[in-house]
Ligand binder design. Structure first.
Ligand code: ADP
Ligand code: ZN
Length: 744
């Protein structure tokens, strides 16, 4: 028997496969998609991992005697099939990565024979957690207090993904126990014991399905009617309209038809409560995956999946790639969430890959959101995908009343720029009624933009419709898009008043002011700083709920997860602040505000929402106060069309990095010129340094290309890659930033 093997760790042009022989006694173990160990290239230390992508008979190979043998077959089960191989090939083209890199997303960690025996339910594991903030660590790296490359690697890994099981650090990052110990002694990390993530299904109480409301029934029936064909639907349902119940009921139908379902949620909203709703409805056919699981836990779940014991998987974007053989349904909840766009290679868009996967499996894709991504909504409006709207809440819970407070006027009678007169009145009222409040900030305690207290405007780029970003270190205002740059002056360029100030204020400051204004009240804080540990998000929310704490101050984290019926007031301190400076900034701001507003009055008491802003005349705030996604959408889509942004174009980013700054500048001009020859295929914008212009001592330059991606464009971009490959000391990555749902 001969197998074709795709080898790990080969250069991107080496998507080529290689023939290997199989020892006779191993033939029975051979299966498409299994991982193997082979010798690749010459020399003794040339052992590599590979994947079987094709199985041939001896006579189909012409150079049988010259072939090397596969050393070892690593996987007990195969996690890949033809469809997934085809998906990986498609991803490799779409996202400019190796096929192998895409396939890795679909595989559990390579089995380690030593780890496999343990029973997991009810056991504890040890995880490594940061014991200092990201800022403290980065500042220590910069000031060279930490210099060891391996220490830095460990810390950076934990910055990206805190709480990694110790066994995974040793096995997959190749960092030894000793190094972990040293870094622990230096006070940067600590070891924490926690319960295993494997569910104990013996402890579940089952729940029955609810009688659907008219809107729910229309949605469920509509989707079920087309359940056996490839179909994409958008459920546009306000928060609390009962989308989750709809998911549960279509999943039930999917299981009845003998098919499996994947449910994707943003990692942050994969709360215990969400998990429970699925597990209590379906029991042990539910498998929960998330990024904080250990290798062993993940392998346990993957085995349950390939053996057909799990039929529903819930998890963040990575759960899209689980090895179901008979996939019938993919649900993406909060489909607009930014966590669905991967920031690491391959930089894929989950919605788009899910569309492709559904297409390959003749399955259904259901996208749900209260604030759909503008690109998704556009598809629905153009009738390229099915559209269901759910605009009421089951039961007695009503939509909260939203009030916009003009902070410019408030400043005449009120010294505080954090708590407006109206918000203070309402908080006082809440305290009297023993009801609870959220006070929400869009950001943590640092500032990066400049507003004028007199005219209320934020300083914008003259060439682009984005906020300028303030860099305090050098006193410069920069545009992330066109590289426009100016020095911050003392007077406002719009109204000439000398009242410019850095925007933004931290959650800590808000909490302090609340305690000073209302002595004796209880408060809690929920932000990145207070939720470093796994489970702390849950813990804070539980404490807030159980101890009836008066006010919870937090960042956008508040907007997701728990329903707390006694929360009847939501205040947003800086409602007109927009986090970010790309074209999606308005949609992010809108969806955040609407989500947050939706947190008020989830029980039977009516909720109130107060939005504090300087710039009160903007369509985002007005659409939030009207509680109208459609108002927002209509304005936004007009703007996108005019300015040439998705869904009307696709944006491709070419990024160059190098240690050599001069060479980088020169080469970026060269590459720009190569691209610029193809004016009929796309429009290229001149190279510029991105916001973070140096990472790890490597300088970065970016070029933005606006195009309509099709095979011709992709082929051209890939062809250009051959040219970049010849450029020494500069590495080039190409990524598709943002794409509308594409069919087929
Ligand atoms: P969404 O996912 O749209 O935010 P949920 O599914 O969480 O909404 O529903 C909000 C609340 O309404 C939940 O407490 C849920 O149990 C309840 N609910 C949903 N559908 C029904 C129904 N058909 N009858 C009664 N209660 C329902
Ligand atoms: Zn600009």
């Amino acid at each position: 028997m001969v197998v074709k093997i795709l080898i790990d760790n080969a250069a991107h042009k080496l998507n080529k496969v290689y023939d290997y022989k199989i020892k006779e006694e191993n033939e029975e173990l051979v299966e498409l998609g299994k991982r193997v160990r082979v010798n690749f290239g010459s020399g003794k230390g040339s052992s590599r991992e590979g994947i079987i992508v094709k199985i041939l008979k001896d006579e189909e190979s012409d150079k049988l005697d010259k072939l090397k043998r596969v050393e070892e077959i690593l996987d007990e089960n195969s996690y890949l099939d033809e469809k997934r191989l085809s998906l990986a090939k498609w991803m490799s083209k779409m996202y400019f990565c190796n096929v192998y890199t895409a396939l890795k997303l679909m595989l559990p960690p390579t089995p380690n024979k030593k780890l496999e025996q343990k029973e997991l339910v009810g056991k504890q594991i040890t995880v490594v957690a940061l014991d200092k903030t990201k800022e403290e660590i980065e500042s220590d790296i910069e000031s060279r207090k930490i210099t060891s490359a391996r220490h830095i690697k460990l810390l950076r890994e934990l910055e990206d993904n805190n709480n990694i099981p110790i066994e995974d650090i040793i096995n997959t990052l190749g960092i030894s126990r000793n190094i972990i110990k040293t870094v622990e002694e230096k006070g940067y990390i600590k070891l924490v014991k926690q319960d295993t993530a494997i569910e104990d299904y013996s402890k579940i109480t089952r729940t029955e399905k609810l009688t659907p409301t008219i809107e729910q029934k229309r949605t469920i029936d509509g989707i079920i009617r087309n359940l056996d064909t490839f179909r994409v639907s958008l459920i546009h349902g306000i928060t609390g309209s009962g989308k989750t119940e709809v998911y549960l009921q279509i999943i039930e139908e999917c299981l009845n038809r003998g098919k499996d379902a994947i449910v994707l949620v943003p990692e942050i909203s994969l709360t215990d409560q969400t998990k429970r709703r699925f597990i209590s409805r379906f029991g042990e056919v539910v498998s929960v995956l998330h990024s904080k699981m250990t290798t062993l836990e993940r392998q346990t779940e993957y085995k349950r999946i390939v053996k057909g014991k799990a039929k529903i998987v819930i998890g963040p974007r990575s759960a899209l790639f689980v090895p179901f053989k008979n996939l019938g349904l993919i649900i993406i909840d909060e489909e607009h969430d930014t966590s669905y766009v991967s920031q690491t290679t391959p930089k894929y868009n989950t919605r788009e890959v899910a569309t492709r996967l559904a297409f390959l499996n003749n399955a259904n894709l259901v996208l749900g959101s209260a604030t759909p991504d503008v690109c998704t909504m556009y598809k629905a409006m153009e009738e390229k995908i099915d559209y269901y709207s759910m605009l009421t809440r089951p039961g007695t819970s009503v939509i909260p009343e939203v009030e916009i407070v003009d902070m410019k006027q408030d400043a005449v009678v009120n010294k505080s720029r954090i708590l407006s007169t109206r918000l203070k009145e309402e908080i006082e009222e809440n305290i009297k009624r023993k009801e609870q409040a959220f006070v929400f900030l869009n950001r943590r305690g640092f500032s990066s933009y400049i507003t004028c207290k007199t005219c209320g405007k934020t300083l914008r780029c003259p060439n682009c419709d984005v906020n300028l970003t303030y860099h305090r270190k050098n006193g410069l205002l920069l545009c992330h898009y066109c590289s426009y740059c100016e020095k911050l002056s003392d007077i406002c360029p719009i109204c000439s008043a000398d009242t410019l100030e850095e925007g933004g204020m931290g959650t800590e400051r808000v909490e302090k002011e609340l305690l000073e204004t209302f002595p004796g009240i209880t408060t809690l804080r929920l932000d990145m700083d207070t939720t470093v540990k796994r489970g702390s998000h849950e813990r804070i929310l539980n404490e807030f709920k159980e101890k009836n704490v008066d006010v919870l101050v937090g960042t956008q984290m508040i907007s997701k997860g728990h329903d707390i019926p006694n929360v009847t007031l939501v205040g947003v301190v800086n409602a007109d602040y927009m986090a970010g400076d790309d074209y999606t900034v308005s949609e992010k701001a809108f969806s955040n505000l609407l989500q947050v507003a939706g947190r008020a009055g989830r029980g039977d008491k009516k909720g109130r929402v107060i939005l504090q802003a300087y710039d009160t005349e903007n369509y985002i705030l007005n659409s939030v106060s009207e509680n109208s996604y459609l108002d927002f959408y209509e304005q936004e889509i007009k703007f996108r069309k005019m300015a040439g942004y998705p869904p009307f174009v696709d944006i491709v980013v070419v990024e160059l990095t190098s240690k050599d700054k001069t060479k980088l500048m020169k080469d970026s001009e060269k590459i720009y010129n190569i691209f610029n020859k193809e004016k009929s295929l796309y429009k290229v914008y001149s190279p510029k340094a991105p916001f973070v212009s140096k990472i790890n001592n490597k300088y970065r330059i970016q070029m933005i290309i606006k195009t309509k991606v099709d095979n011709k464009v992709l082929d051209k971009l890939i062809e250009n890659m051959d040219i970049y490959d010849k450029i020494k000391d500069v590495s080039v990555t190409v990524s598709l930033v943002k794409n509308p749902v594409r069919l087929g």
